[in-house]
Design a protein around this ligand. Structure first.
Ligand SMILES: [Zn+2]
Length: 217
């Protein structure tokens, strides 16, 4: 099984640096029993509500790569981290006390189902298993990346009107050399919304959100 649920002692040994950072703020760690119970509930929810959720769980559970699941209580930071705690391994950090809402035009916020929020992070793990290049920046040196830059440069030159195609290409390449991960993170988020989160919302009858409409409570 590629999905690993470590004990709190193992979590402290493997992820101490991240968890004690300001970003995470030393949250409480869920026990292995609590995590197995939550995973059981999420699996039952997926079986009843969403084939996309089932696919996400299946890919992450059956992958060759190890993906750790770290449950946090009363704080922490929900995210997926690639090549953590070691190259070729990944970890889903999830704060099970966190609640998320979706901004809605002219209406009260809608809640984002906590299991969908959790499966969003598992969706990132699936993306990383399928396309690790998204996460390590090595797409920069691949023909696909050159193609993306070329298209973006053409659009930018057309939009601004006052910069040549060559200048636009150079500017974008410079941006990407400095900001590989932030640049690709937008691509990663959109891919995760389109292929994972939105289908899960549709299948289970929940409101979809745009990337920027998430509110963390
Ligand atoms: Zn995300």
């Amino acid at each position: 099984m590629a999905l690993i649920i470590p004990t709190p002692d193992e979590v402290n040994a493997l992820f101490r640096a991240a968890l004690s950072s300001d970003l995470f703020g030393n949250p409480g760690i869920a026990s292995r029993t609590e995590m197995l119970a939550i995973l059981h509930e999420v699996r039952a929810w997926a079986s009843a509500n969403s084939v996309t959720a089932q696919a996400i769980l299946s890919v992450v559970t059956n992958a060759e790569q190890d993906v750790y699941l770290v449950g946090m209580k009363g704080g922490g930071y929900t995210c997926f981290s690639s090549d953590d705690p070691a190259p070729g391994k990944g970890v889903v950090y999830f704060n099970f006390d966190a609640r998320f809402e979706i901004k809605q035009e002219g209406k009260a916020n809608a809640p984002l189902h906590n299991y969908i929020a959790f499966l969003h992070e598992m969706g990132h793990a699936k993306q990383w298993i399928e396309t690790p290049e998204f996460f390590n920046g090595s797409l920069q040196n691949k023909p696909d990346f050159a193609k993306v830059i070329k298209t973006a440069a053409q659009n930018m030159a057309m939009r601004t009107g006052n910069c040549s195609f060559g200048d636009a290409g150079r500017a974008l390449k410079l941006q990407n050399l400095r900001l590989t991960k932030p640049t690709w993170s937008v691509r990663i988020e959109n891919d995760n919304l389109m292929r994972h989160e939105w289908p899960m919302c549709d299948e289970s009858g929940h409101v979809r959100r745009a990337y920027t409409d998430l509110v963390m409570l």
